[in-house]
Design a protein around this ligand. Structure first.
Ligand SMILES: N[C@@H](CCC(=O)N[C@@H](CS)C(=O)NCC(=O)O)C(=O)O
Length: 286
């Protein structure tokens, strides 16, 4: 394996010349333009896109609503990250890291911003006292797996997915490295789910909601068109769990929100009311 690139002594930024990712590949933080965020009528305002990190939050919100927590009504606004909208001043004010998802809770004395999908899941679970055990081993185990997901998925998305699906050329070294790690992680989950129904034990929690959009969708062959390459059908216990979650209407609804890829009837670019789904897929969600 040869490496034709010799790094210079000091890395410098070759400013993009207007290509597809010109707006988002920058080595500096902060806003690039002034843009206020829209605010709808509900207490919870979500600014996101239907990527796996975004979908974690919309699944939880839809599960909360399905469980009768009416205070979880939310407006979901689309942030087009491929067009650099995460660098608008309003978005940067609620997430200085310029990544979706980000949430603002207007039901608190002053609006509370929440960024990082794991932090949003914990915030909402605690606010509604749902899907996160209150104490003890059960709570610790749920948080173990939530943080496992937050630390592990970047190797799948930023590592495997990037080099297998998005990089301009196929490079053997990083694809090997991250395919190995991705398969190891899939096996971690497969072995776990051979022993129990859900990620943190017998109960469905935010750990499942964090893990499903990455590893559940991957097991179902829905990420990076890599199902055959990674032989995902061999992770039978993971697949059993992934398919069981897919049977949940709230998971299907959550996956639709802010989604901009795939069949049009599976995309709901903005969500402001439960009836918004009916306009899209009346017959599929019931
Ligand atoms: N650790 C963050 C990661 C969020 C993240 O990477 N978001 C991506 C989409 S999945 C994003 O906004 N990318 C835009 C960019 O990198 O400029 C979280 O879980 O919230």
């Amino acid at each position: 394996m040869t490496n034709p690139y010799t790094p210079p002594a000091v890395w410098t930024w070759e400013a993009p010349s207007g290509g597809r990712f010109a707006n988002i590949n920058r080595p500096v933080a902060g806003a690039t333009h002034d843009k206020a965020l829209p605010v709808g009528p509900h207490p919870l305002q979500l600014y996101s896109m239907g990527t796996p990190n975004g979908v974690k939050v919309t699944i939880l919100l839809e599960e909360l609503l399905a469980a009768g927590h009416t205070g979880a009504e939310y407006d979901a606004w689309l942030i087009k990250i491929h067009e650099g909208e995460q660098f608008g001043s309003g978005f940067v004010a609620i997430n200085p890291n310029s990544k979706i998802p980000a949430l603002v809770d207007h039901s608190t004395p002053t609006p509370t911003r929440v960024f990082e999908s794991g932090a949003i899941l914990v915030y909402l679970a605690e606010k509604f006292d749902a899907f996160l055990p209150r104490s003890g081993t059960a709570r610790t185990e749920c948080l173990n797996w939530l943080f496992w997901q937050m630390g592990s998925a970047p190797f799948v998305g930023g590592g495997f997915g990037h080099f297998y699906a998005y990089a301009p050329e196929k490079f053997e070294y990083p694809i090997n490295r991250y395919a190995m790690e991705t398969k190891r992680q899939l096996d971690v989950l497969d072995q776990l789910l051979a022993r129990q129904a859900f990620v943190a034990g017998d109960t469905y929690t935010i750990a499942d909601m964090a893990i499903w959009p990455w590893y559940g969708q991957m097991a179902r062959g829905e990420l990076y068109e890599a199902g055959t390459f990674l032989q995902v059908h061999t992770y039978t216990h993971l697949l059993r769990w992934a398919n069981a979650l897919w049977e949940r209407p709230a998971v299907r609804r959550g996956r639709m929100v802010n989604r901009v890829r795939g069949p049009l009837e599976e995309q709901l670019h903005e969500r402001h009311d439960a009836s918004d789904f009916e306009l899209r897929t009346q017959d599929k969600l019931t």
